[in-house]
Design a protein around this ligand. Structure first.
Ligand SMILES: NC(=O)C1=CN([C@@H]2O[C@H](COP(=O)(O)OP(=O)(O)OC[C@H]3O[C@@H](n4cnc5c(N)ncnc54)[C@H](O)[C@@H]3O)[C@@H](O)[C@H]2O)C=CC1
Ligand SMILES: O=C(O)CCC(=O)C(=O)O
Length: 525
């Protein structure tokens, strides 16, 4: 009989469903990481919310674990690559708490507009400070929405009901979807310049970390109010404190913090700050939804092998699986590369299969490309739901199978149409199993896409490789592999470096400032 541990506070419905399905279940909340590591080896499934941190150490100890179920959306408390490498499926419940979280953002917006927490404290202290608490109306104000996915879309809908104008920034938002949502699609700088209120609804990724920085705040209107019901790391907390103290930011309402549980935080006590303890998803309705969903999904997997809302597992039939698996790995890496390098104003994505690849079922390959591509934008994508999400968001997806014989016995090409024209990358399988990149944006280059990498476009001039090697060496960055490609002698060249760890921002700047460098990007696979 499979055995599941529920290690965060969860609606009793979850345990009820596990038991009904014949699964043994233990509920142990508030475990330290040592305590969890000690017992996790007993379990086939782990059901969590946001408090349990599933680290590589926990996964190492989880010798029987087959599935982790997140009763919620964000999976930043789970090391998903480590789970994948341990063969553990990670599932979430992408829609169960969206309405509730959107409502919390709206509640915080009202609380900021009318200083409700401060007014309440003052009134209950017997002060009756009527003139101190002058508020602002929401009607006709501009709400700047950063992230227009599930939750952001619901916030936009509610804001329309309040007669607000909504300006949205989301690199993945098509004009058609913006029209459907009734929002104005703007750049991030336009949003900062125009918004009276800014609300954040993106996952925490390398692109979104610190999106509200000191520099960003300086671009905002004086008197702006900021709401964060997404993830703490999106805001530079020190910069926000300074801006609240100077009055440039009139108020900030935070449900989430860089360090959680946030029992101490430098922001606490700053005038204009409202805080809640990660309550976005905390309504009885949402908690019942996510508890039921997670228990059903995990039970399906443990009992029948059925997969729903998995973030790291494709749905595949038993016969197709062995042949398609290396292609899907290649496809996901190519999609991820394109997502990391070309993410602005995308209209279409084509998946072209040539040679042996053209003989295969293209659907799982397309799913893998889209999952890799969209993993740069959202936590909730998987190979199963990626095509659906792409369609819903107005991305034109094309599958093309070529009869022609190419240079490679098998080739997968991923091309996106951006405002700057078409950009494509291509890869093959070496020895039928090892995914290898063979082309980026028209330049031939052979590389394994693996771990932390650095992508550099530079002028093809003598001495450059020495300069980059010295700069990284002096910064203590070890280069594992060096891949070079160029358009034509003396023209543009591309360097792809495998590095032992992610290159930090100051070193990126040093590389950026080297003579001849046109573009530098940190990549991870
Ligand atoms: N406070 C709480 O209790 C809760 C917090 N959350 C957080 O809310 C986040 C959003 O949830 P959903 O809307 O369901 O996710 P979603 O995946 O439907 O939407 C996220 C949106 O962010 C966009 N995005 C990605 N990178 C961006 C960037 N650099 N700039 C602007 N937009 C970008 C994506 O294109 C996507 O449209 C989750 O990732 C989770 O961290 C979710 C539920 C509860
Ligand atoms: O489970 C919770 O209370 C947090 C929910 C959340 O942050 C999420 O679903 O991403």
């Amino acid at each position: 009989m499979p055995k599941v541990l529920i290690s965060d506070k969860m609606d009793p419905k979850a345990a009820e469903i596990f038991r009904e399905r014949g699964i043994e279940v233990d509920e142990k909340t508030g475990l330290s990481k040592e305590e969890l590591a000690e017992i996790i080896g007993e379990y086939d499934g782990l059901a969590i919310r946001s408090s349990t941190k599933v680290t590589p150490k926990i996964l190492e100890a989880a010798t029987n674990l087959k599935v982790i179920g997140r009763a919620g959306i964000g999976v930043d408390n789970i090391d998903v690559p480590a789970a994948s490498s341990h063969g553990v499926v990670v599932m979430n419940t992408p829609f169960g708490n969206s309405i509730t979280t959107a409502e919390h953002a709206i509640a915080l917006m009202f609380a900021l507009a009318r200083q409700l927490p401060e007014a309440d404290t003052s009134t209950q202290a017997g002060k009756w400070e009527k003139s101190k608490f002058m508020g602002v109306e929401l009607t006709h104000k501009t709400l700047g929405l950063i992230g227009a996915g599930n939750i952001g879309s619901i916030v936009a809908d509610r804001a329309h009901g309040l007669k607000m104008k909504v300006a949205a920034y989301d690199p993945f938002l098509s004009e058609e979807r913006a029209i459907e949502l009734g929002v104005e699609k703007v750049t991030l700088d336009e949003l900062f310049a125009r918004a009276d209120f800014i609300t954040l609804h993106t996952p925490l990724t390398d692109q979104t970390r610190g999106i509200i920085s000191a520099e960003a705040i300086a671009k905002m209107k004086p008197g702006v109010r900021i709401i964060n019901c997404a993830r703490g790391g999106l805001i530079d907390e020190a910069a926000l404190k300074e801006a609240l103290e100077s009055g440039h930011v009139a108020g900030a309402a935070l449900d989430v913090f860089v360090e959680e549980p946030a029992k101490e935080n430098a922001l606490f006590g700053t005038p204009g700050l409202i805080s809640t303890p990660h309550l976005g998803a905390s309504t009885s309705e949402a908690q019942i939804n996510v508890a039921i969903q997670v228990a059903e999904q995990m039970s399906d997997y443990l009992i029948d092998g059925g997969v729903t809302n998995a973030l790291n597992m494709p749905s595949l039939s038993a016969e197709e699986a062995p042949k398609l698996r290396p292609y899907m790995e290649l496809a996901e890496k190519l999609g991820s590369l394109v997502g990391q390098l070309a993410h602005d104003a995308l209209r279409s994505i084509s998946i072209e299969l040539e040679g042996a690849a053209a003989e295969l079922n293209p659907k799982p390959i397309t799913g893998a490309v889209l999952a890799g591509f969209m993993s740069a934008f959202t936590d909730t994508v998987n190979m199963v739901n990626a095509p659906y999400l792409a369609k819903e968001r107005g991305l034109d997806v094309r599958e093309i199978r070529h009869d022609r014989e190419g240079v490679y016995h098998t080739l997968v090409r991923v091309a996106v149409m951006t405002d700057e024209g078409e950009k494509s990358v291509a890869g093959t399988l070496f020895g039928e199993a090892a995914p290898r990149l063979v082309e980026i944006f028209g330049i031939n280059i052979e590389a394994d896409l693996d771990g932390a990498m650095l992508y550099i476009v530079n002028e093809d001039k003598p001495g450059f490789i020495g300069r980059i090697g010295t700069t990284l060496g002096e910064a203590g960055v070890n280069i594992g592999n060096f891949h070079l490609g160029r358009r034509d002698g003396g023209g543009e060249a591309i360097l792809l470096l495998s590095v032992d760890q992610r290159v930090e921002e100051p070193v990126m700047w040093q590389v950026c400032n080297l003579e001849g460098v046109k573009t530098v990007k940190s990549l991870s696979f």
